[in-house]
Design a protein around this ligand. Structure first.
Ligand SMILES: *[C@@H]1O[C@H](CO)[C@@H](O)[C@H](O)[C@H]1NC(C)=O
Ligand SMILES: *[C@@H]1O[C@H](CO)[C@@H](O)[C@H](O)[C@H]1NC(C)=O
Ligand SMILES: *[C@@H]1O[C@H](CO)[C@@H](O)[C@H](O)[C@H]1NC(C)=O
Ligand SMILES: *[C@@H]1O[C@H](CO)[C@@H](O)[C@H](O)[C@H]1NC(C)=O
Ligand SMILES: *[C@@H]1O[C@H](CO)[C@@H](O)[C@H](O)[C@H]1NC(C)=O
Ligand SMILES: *[C@@H]1O[C@H](CO)[C@@H](O)[C@H](O)[C@H]1NC(C)=O
Ligand SMILES: *[C@@H]1O[C@H](CO)[C@@H](O)[C@H](O)[C@H]1NC(C)=O
Ligand SMILES: *[C@@H]1O[C@H](CO)[C@@H](O)[C@H](O)[C@H]1NC(C)=O
Ligand SMILES: *[C@@H]1O[C@H](CO)[C@@H](O)[C@H](O)[C@H]1NC(C)=O
Ligand SMILES: *[C@@H]1O[C@H](CO)[C@@H](O)[C@H](O)[C@H]1NC(C)=O
Ligand SMILES: *[C@@H]1O[C@H](CO)[C@@H](O)[C@H](O)[C@H]1NC(C)=O
Ligand SMILES: *[C@@H]1O[C@H](CO)[C@@H](O)[C@H](O)[C@H]1NC(C)=O
Ligand SMILES: [Cu+2]
Length: 565
């Protein structure tokens, strides 16, 4: 802890010296070197791609409104991009990162400097690779402190810790997804989960492969939790302790006192933990919440909460987490989430919309290509779609094409509603399977008040889908099971204190409505944060047009953007 704070001070002082005193926000510089690394400390053995030989990768520390320059040098085998998950990057989609959406990959031996612009985010976010499946190992925290002179809307914790939940594949993840894509089959599930890079006590590993969080009796800690897992929502808890969730996706919420949380891939939660139990050892654990019949990783990762001077008990207690399929437990937590919406942290929920886009979210099938044996149901190729369009990633980036007015990379006719209305969540939904394939984006006028209704469907294998939008956070104004109804559903919306997030879990066979004001021009990817669904096409792109002034237009491209192959 001490080292980290000292490091932060040094960085702050160093860069403050180099800046005009009138400039309030700091500028930070980071160097990320991507390379294959062997971790013999883990019971899993394959070399993996990491940043600066660290897993998880380096934590970025900034304050609200700062800017960070990150030089990413690729010493790996494949092209790579990095995304700054949840950072809005006003006017600067060039540094957002998704492969072939806002940039082409940084090729091996090359480098690119991202300029990451923070605005109103405060709390915890994260960065991760956004090309093929490399985010499994290429990821890290972004800690965003309040502005200088400001503090948290809760008592200042004694210390802070970052907690990263990740997937572990005991194989090369690029080979794994390439093999699955070649046959259209479901990719193999991960072999385990990790907490801060360690799998914990419940795997066939030495008990030294466990992360230990040391605490002092009577002190309160701020845990900054990221779910960077590839394909599973997670339950998380700490034996013998309740805790208080105070922020989600870098926005404060009304405190929730609980014994467990449910967190989807892509989301973050800030948790206050008071070490007020009998000084001892307690397991911290995370296990999946999984509500479909698809294959998944059903293991549990653990870490140890260890009180200072405590001696190890004969058996360390595990938290009682909800059962893997316990939808009610997941909902009981999720439905408590409300924006803090205080005087110091006001929110601004659009009370109406100018654009409403209804989007069905489905897992589908496509016919198998000639001469290939496919691994999907009935010899098909697995696919996924939004409004029954399975997104096809182009080979040059959409941002470049849009900015330069090239017209052969994408179509701008992503529809405002599903092609057919039927009982989306009914049993007969299985008949509506075959999607269209295309690179269709949705153009939106600058300043529009947008409502998106994500409608889950019972096509293929229904499940919870964590939908993520780049370039924005949004208010989750409503959510329920069954079909969204234009008359009755909006009447249930919370337009007073809905949570403001960048990723929301759309319930299995249910719907979720979100609202935001389109005041960030750019090309912004929107996709399910379950990696298998992204790979299958559960994606589209929102293109927010330029506004009338310089301050409301996309900036000019930076120098040295990676070249498209
Ligand atoms: C990593 O381990 C593999 C064997 O699994 C070995 O071939 C390779 O040389 C090692 N790489 C480094 C950088 O030590
Ligand atoms: C980074 O790339 C630029 C060209 O884009 C090149 O001039 C520079 O030498 C590269 N730096 C490193 C460390 O490779
Ligand atoms: C790890 O295992 C060793 C020997 O099996 C045991 O002495 C030690 O207490 C264990 N540590 C924990 C934290 O369980
Ligand atoms: C945690 O909260 C539950 C009620 O939600 C309560 O029954 C339990 O005693 C609490 N545990 C602790 C350690 O405070
Ligand atoms: C997942 O693991 C739990 C035990 O932790 C077990 O009860 C359950 O049946 C497993 N579920 C599946 C679908 O394998
Ligand atoms: C969910 O909350 C309700 C109402 O508080 C409670 O009765 C129920 O037992 C909870 N279910 C689970 C699985 O926690
Ligand atoms: C909201 O906007 C829609 C269309 O823009 C309009 O039809 C409706 O009357 C408005 N509702 C309210 C409550 O203002
Ligand atoms: C499929 O295989 C046959 C026989 O090897 C070959 O003639 C044909 O061109 C192949 N078709 C495609 C689409 O590759
Ligand atoms: C991105 O474009 C490159 C060519 O610039 C291509 O090789 C790569 O396959 C594309 N990526 C995806 C995910 O389609
Ligand atoms: C695309 O641009 C080319 C060259 O400007 C033009 O010939 C063509 O008609 C355009 N196609 C469409 C679909 O607009
Ligand atoms: C849709 O299907 C579900 C499940 O079969 C059923 O409960 C519901 O009544 C159906 N809704 C309509 C409007 O038919
Ligand atoms: C929406 O709900 C209203 C009121 O219950 C009902 O009359 C209408 O049929 C529903 N619409 C659809 C499409 O199910
Ligand atoms: Cu999904």
């Amino acid at each position: 802890m001490g080292c980290r704070i000292l490091f932060l001070l040094l960085v702050g002082i160093f860069f403050l010296d180099g800046l005009p005193l009138s400039m309030a926000a700091d500028v930070h510089h980071y160097s990320f070197i991507l390379k294959e690394t062997n971790f013999t400390r883990l019971c899993f053995t394959k070399p993996m791609l990491t940043v600066n030989e660290s897993f998880p990768g380096p934590t970025m520390h900034v304050r609200k409104g700062d800017t960070a320059f990150i030089n990413v040098h690729n010493d790996g085998k494949y092209g790579i991009t990095i995304h700054w998950h949840g950072v809005k990057q006003p006017q600067n989609p060039w540094s957002d990162g998704p492969e072939n959406i806002t940039q082409c990959p940084i090729q091996p031996g090359k480098n690119f400097t991202y300029e990451v612009i923070f605005s109103d985010e405060e709390g915890t976010l994260w960065w991760h690779a956004h090309s093929d499946w490399s985010r499994a190992t290429v990821h890290g925290h972004i800690v965003i402190l309040p502005e200088t002179g400001k503090t948290y809307p809760f008592p200042v914790p004694y210390a802070e810790e970052t907690i990263f939940l990740a997937s572990w594949f005991n194989t090369d993840v690029k080979e794994l997804i390439d093999a699955a894509t070649a046959t259209g089959s479901d990719p193999d599930p991960s072999d385990g989960f990790t907490i801060n890079g360690w799998p914990g006590a419940l795997y066939n590993c030495s008990n030294e492969t466990i992360y230990t969080l040391g605490v002092e009796y009577g002190k309160t800690y701020l845990l900054r939790l990221v779910n960077g897992i590839m394909n599973e929502e997670m339950f998380f808890g700490i034996a013998g302790h309740n805790f208080t969730v105070v922020a989600q996706d870098a926005a404060y919420i009304k405190p929730i006192l609980t014994s467990y949380i449910m967190i989807t891939p892509g989301q973050t939660m800030d948790i206050l933990l008071t070490a007020d139990q009998t000084p001892s050892y307690y397991y911290i654990a995370a296990s999946p919440f999984f509500d479909s019949n698809a294959p998944f990783d059903n293991t549990t990762t653990t870490a140890i909460l260890k009180y200072t001077n405590a001696s190890a008990p004969s058996s360390i207690p595990l938290p009682t987490l909800p059962f893997v399929t316990d939808k009610e437990a997941a909902d009981n937590f999720t439905t408590q989430l409300r924006a803090l919406a205080s005087e110091d942290h006001p929110i601004s929920v659009p009370q109406n919309f100018t654009e409403r886009i209804i989007i069905t979210v489905s897992v589908n099938q496509l016919p198998c290509d000639a001469n290939v044996t496919c691994g999907g149901p009935g010899g098909s190729r697995l696919a996924a779609s939004l409004n029954n369009i399975s997104f096809s990633t182009p080979t040059t980036d959409i941002l470049q094409a849009y900015y330069r007015g090239l017209n052969d990379t994408f179509d701008d006719d992503f529809p405002n509603q599903p092609p057919v209305f039927f009982n989306f969540t009914g049993d007969e939904a299985d008949d509506y399977i075959l999607p269209e394939v295309g690179t269709k984006v949705r153009l939106i006028n600058y300043g529009a008040s947008v409502e998106i209704v994500y409608q889950g469907t019972n096509i293929g294998n229904a499940e919870n889908h964590p939908m993520h939008l780049h370039g924005y956070s949004f208010y989750v104004v409503g959510s329920a099971y069954g079909n969204w109804n234009e008359t009755t559903s909006p009447a249930t919306y919370n337009l007073i204190d809905p949570p403001e997030v960048n990723t929301v879990g759309v319930p299995k066979n249910g719907w979720t409505s979100i609202r935001f004001v389109a005041k960030n021009p750019g090309v912004w990817y929107m996709h399910c944060h379950l990696e298998r669904h992204t790979s299958w096409g559960m994606n589209t792109v929102i293109v927010v047009k330029n506004g009338p002034t310089n301050a409301t237009q996309i900036r000019r491209p930076p120098p040295n953007l990676p070249i498209c192959a």
